[in-house]
Ligand binder design. Sequence first.
Ligand code: SF4
Ligand code: SF4
Length: 341
Amino acid sequence: MRDTVFYPAQDDMRERMASLRRLLNSLHTPYGAGDSVAVKVHWGERGNTSFLPPDYAREIVHWLHDCGMKPFVFDTTVLYSGGRRTASDSLKTAKDHGYSEAFLGCPIVIGDGHDGRDVIDIDAKFKHFDTVQVTRQVEAADGFLIFSHFKGHMAAGFGGAIKNISMGFASRAQKQRMHSDVHPVLQKGKCTMCGLCVDVCPTGAAHFPEGSDYPEYDRDLCIGCAQCIGLCPEVALKILWETDATVFQEKLVETTAAVWKRIKEKTLLVNALFTITTDCDCWPGHNPVIAPDMGFVGGYNPVHVDRESLNRIGEDVFTTAHPAVPWRRQFDYWTEIGIGE
Ligand code: SF4
Ligand code: SF4
């Protein structure tokens, strides 16, 4: 049994669906007859234009039905304001992006519940986290299929299966714990005092103190979402990459690893290498495409499918897009903490 598989597909959607179906048929399914299978998807932030259309998720759902499973799709709510902060907002955004139960043919579930509290703490016992807090689906579902849009990411360098399990399963509090070492640092010489960072800050951490022309960032309120950093038109905000950014990679991996230990015997993974953009689908607006469409990578291990995806696209693409992000630390740290290859 090969560990990862690649099925190419270009522009035509019918070709893509056929390619995805061939990939799924090539995998050894770890599910039992009648299992409930949680399909982890990301339907994109409100205003984002590069999220994956729902057709792929529907094909996966149909395939699971054909295999005798009971699939449902899920995602969790996010920290920042926008179209996915609450369960009702997120479901509306899903619907606006075509992710409806009628189209998909299965239930859509908000993994952390309508109030964000349908979560559990599971053992991690790593350097940063003794436990991690994640969706209760980790113990509720019989099996998982992690379907990830592979693209760039402002803080993680790239976003694929590792991040989809980590941030994607995490409670809002766990998301904050992972992000909290990323803080904006103002370079006053570049700042035009336009106020955009204050406008987009979801927590009020970015503000103009009385009597100051320049914005400041309250560390107690900052959740490290990096929206201010990403949207500042002058690139006047920098991240302390040498320290905090490395810790972020490790925290990301620790959360993935804690979940993975729970679900690895009953999980398949598929990365979609289409609309490969600079940043993730959490960003409102248009993200530049940085690599051509390629196809699907599938397999049984999040590190392997992400590594294969990076190899296919070319590591340089992500190094160029995010030169200061130490994203390779994710792979090294996965090995260091003993999850194994
Ligand atoms: S968005 Fe950038 S340029 Fe505008 S006030 Fe904030 S830091 Fe300054
Ligand atoms: S990273 Fe910026 S936008 Fe995000 S919470 Fe902190 S100050 Fe606000």
